[in-house]
Design a protein around this ligand. Sequence first.
Ligand SMILES: Nc1ncnc2c1ncn2[C@@H]1O[C@H](COP(=O)(O)OP(=O)(O)OP(=O)(O)O)[C@@H](O)[C@H]1O
Ligand SMILES: [Mg+2]
Length: 351
Amino acid sequence: MMNPFKFGTIVESSFFTDRRIELQQIKSVLNSENHLILISPRRFGKTSLVVKALQESERKHIMINLQSVVSVEDFASRLLKEVFKIYKFEKLKYMIKNFRVVPTLSINPMTDGVDVAIQPMVDSRVMIEDVFSLLQMLATENDRLIVVFDEFQEIKAIDKNLDRVLRSIIQLHKNINYLFLGSQESMMREIFEKKKSPFFHFGQLLNLDKIPYEDFKLYLYDRLSFMDDADRVCDEILDFTKCHPYYTQQLASQVWEKGKNGEMENIVEEAINRLLEFHDLNFERIWLNFNNTDKRILIWLANNNKPYTLLGIAQSTISSSLKRMLKDGYVIKTTEYEVEDPFFRNWILSR
Ligand SMILES: Nc1ncnc2c1ncn2[C@@H]1O[C@H](COP(=O)(O)OP(=O)(O)OP(=O)(O)O)[C@@H](O)[C@H]1O
Ligand SMILES: [Mg+2]
């Protein structure tokens, strides 16, 4: 029997749970001329959620992960490559002839897809404009397009003016919904919430939360019910992970493994210990890189305290430390500030 838990990559079908409200919210944006900005800490399930929404919409869509884009030309060619997957080659061939700089197209015999090569150019803006106006020409009222940019916070790293260029082009688009996904929370907020930013209030903002306790418990219970005390086991898992989607699946997977082997004694605790063993060296290395203020705040948070109640450190120092650790993903803020990784939290407490 296959392990019924999955962590790390996109989850679909039986591995995907809940998110009914969020799916509804995305659906209503897709049924409008508006755009969506989806923000959460890492590994909360943004990509999985959007992939699910795309499948349910049954509309043509393109998804680009900006994390793997290295230049503006690369961005344009990846977009074109995706366009070739969903529209007919013959149709596109004629449209691309009108590009100011014509890209080189070739059929990839391995995938049967079209490869697109674009020479580096002095003014890459031309290429971006041409590709996006192609999208605009292809999308029609009866065949509306969805374009998703995953890890959108990377936009500035590709080219410092790309956000401006992009916004100036796509604000004119009709029949296309743009979805912007991002994790480094403060950076995404810089892009969409700062008055000076070109993308200021560009679409509807959706903050993705953890998965609600009761929903997640049902999901776990369904898969762990072969154990006598499944109810207690599920509670212990969720108490430890505080419903973090990724870590919950990771721990549950380990618990399932042990359960199948009949190792029932202190099963959750033993599963946690097993996973901690994997991470021990890594946590040690991470810990040594924090300064003393960071360390004190992490210990304080690990003990379920609110950061600003920590005495003996100036509030402004706490604030800048938190900001840094949020940006690096060691701390997250949901209803309260917390150590992102429950295993790291446990490691801190035990040391
Ligand atoms: N709806 C869900 N049901 C069950 N598990 C989920 C769900 N969403 C996410 N997860 C868990 O979280 C993991 C990460 O999901 P996903 O990659 O979609 O998140 P993400 O927010 O896009 O992450 P990243 O910030 O790394 O891009 C999944 O592998 C899975 O273990
Ligand atoms: Mg993702």
